[in-house]
Design a protein around this ligand. Structure first.
Ligand code: XMP
Length: 507
């Protein structure tokens, strides 16, 4: 396995992800609490960092059991660290070096840069730069602005690179990591989703022992996969709660509940629709709606958890992008656009220990893990669906009647996508109920009824998205079906806005 020593870079998880893509197992450990015994690691990677080696409080772990003894790769801060503490010099760069650059080889035919094209694009993101390399090193590659872009310590397998091989913008980044881990360190590429399941199940068993765990299922991919992992690890000690907030898709509560039971999960369905609708009555403001739903959810979940005696753990299906995005909601530098990423949103008094088995994974990896546990494609392939559900797709205030209209519309749209083989080509789709009535004519009668907007987007992470070019014939059929079958709707429009500047949900 590989040890990734984390100096606090925002990219550390991406390093781990790239290593996993190479089917190699890695562990991330904080620099200030590194493993005492490193004998089990075949290679070590030092991450980037927001720190500067030039400051007093620069992270400075003892690498005496590592450097020179096993293959070591320093990335960005890691490279500066290796240079600075071994006799080189690191200075503030005159211009902040950020963005694309092209790598040119200084030494050809090194194992480290095998199959890395000359002029290969690499991604830079640093404020300090290595001015002088330590004595016993060889320069391997440079870019236009960064002379010491890649170097090696002579007589040992220690490398430093100023660029970030872990971001996709570094086109040969994965090759560099592969060269280092496979060709140089000789690691086996036998780490697969199956292996992830085995190790995670084993460590969950150890972590939880014979205690009880509560988990809130949402019907979505993440909570379902987290539940399956825990189920494999601790069986009936896992108590799942699936709350119907009355804002789910048509028939979703009963069908998903049955599906969960079929998977052997110990799950209790709680229909709290009325409580949610009461709390939402007369409320039109999107953020207040979200807050009300969040509050009632916690109340219901809390009541239900009390019924599970002696529970000491709360499991969550948090995945890595949730962790990144929640930084803004918890006081990070970026603006909160919508208050939806409420990681760790439960009240303190619940006093449960938190277990998050998917915290390190990205969505596509979660799906692969679910697949390797034999989970149904109908769960794993499900589109993302917001926690507040249809409440944020009904613009304005919410009534039971509006929910039921939108459920019918949504079901026709989603079933249509599935029947036409379009569902899996779309990242997320749904319908919005607009707070406008418009005039129509049905038979010989004038109508004055609701308008719905259909939305289907492509995306990789929900952060940016583009509308999907659905075939006109498809839209025509869905529109006809909706207007003919759903009472109260006489007009259908299709949303052709991208995110940004729009968002995926209308509220
Ligand atoms: P937006 O509308 O911000 O949506 O472009 C991005 C992704 O987040 C989902 N979303 C939410 N998920 N609670 C959630 O759990 C929310 O309040 C919420 N609002 C948006 C949205 O469905 C899309 O996948």
């Amino acid at each position: 396995k590989v040890l990734i020593l984390d100096f606090g870079s925002q990219y550390t998880q991406l390093i781990a992800r790239r290593v996993r893509e190479l089917n190699i197992y890695s562990e991330i450990k904080p620099f200030n609490n590194p493993p005492k015994d490193v004998s089990a690691y075949k290679a070590v990677i030092l991450s980037g960092s927001p720190h500067s080696v030039r400051t007093e409080d620069a992270p400075h772990p003892d690498l005496s059991e590592i450097k020179g003894k096993k293959p070591l790769l320093g990335i960005c801060y890691g490279a500066q660290y290796l240079a600075h503490f071994n006799g080189g010099s690191v200075e503030k760069s005159n211009t902040r070096e950020y963005g694309r650059a092209n790598l040119s080889h200084v030494v050809s035919a090194t194992t480290f840069l095998t199959n890395v094209n000359t002029n290969s694009q690499v991604w830079m993101s640093h404020a300090d730069t290595i001015k002088k390399l330590p004595e016993n090193t060889t320069l391997l590659a440079s870019t236009h602005d960064v002379e010491n872009a890649a170097f090696k310590f002579n007589g040992e397998e220690t490398y430093g690179i100023q660029f970030h091989p872990e971001v996709y913008h570094s086109t040969d980044g994965k090759t560099v990591l592969e060269n280092f881990l496979v060709k140089i360190a000789g690691l086996e590429q036998d780490w697969t989703p199956d292996a992830f399941v085995d190790t995670t199940v084993a460590s969950l068993k150890e972590q939880i022992g014979d205690e009880r765990v509560i988990l809130g299922l949402s019907g979505g991919v993440d909570s379902s996969v987290a539940a399956m992992l825990l189920h494999k690890a601790i069986g009936s000690q896992l108590h799942c709660i699936f709350v119907n907030n009355g804002l789910l898709r048509k028939n979703e509560f009963s069908s998903v509940l049955e599906q969960y039971k079929g998977m052997g999960l110990n799950v209790k369905g709680v229909d709290a629709s009325a409580r949610f609708l009461d709390a939402l009555a007369g409320e039109s403001d999107p953020e207040k709606k979200r807050k009300a739903i969040g509050r009632v959810f916690i109340e219901v979940f809390d009541d239900e958890s009390q019924l599970v005696e002696n529970a000491t753990w709360l499991a969550q299906g948090t995945i890595y992008p949730d962790v990144i995005e929640s930084v803004s909601a918890t006081g990070g530098p970026s603006a909160t656009i919508k208050s939806h990423h409420n990681v760790g949103g439960l009240p303190d008094y619940m006093k449960l220990k938190i277990v998050e088995p998917l915290k390190m994974l990205f969505k596509d990896e979660v799906r692969r893990v679910g697949k390797s546990m034999g989970m149904d494609a109908s769960i794993l392939g499900r589109h993302p669906f917001p926690g507040p559900g249809l409440a944020i797709r009904i613009l304005g205030d919410i009534t039971a009647e509006k929910v039921s209209i939108l459920q019918e519309v949504d079901a026709i749209f989603i079933d249509g996508l599935k029947k036409s083989g379009l569902y899996d080509k779309v990242w997320q789709a749904g319908a919005m109920l607009l707070p406008v009535n418009s005039v129509g004519v049905m038979g010989d009668e004038r109508t004055y009824e609701k308008c719905v907007a259909l939305r289907a987007v492509e995306s990789t992470d929900g952060m940016t998205a583009d509308w999907v070019n659905l075939p006109y014939e498809f839209l025509q059929k869905v529109s006809n079906d909706i207007i003919n079958k759903v009472k109260g709707v006489n007009r259908v429009v299709y949303d052709i806005s991208s995110k940004p500047p729009a968002t995926i949900e209308w509220e």
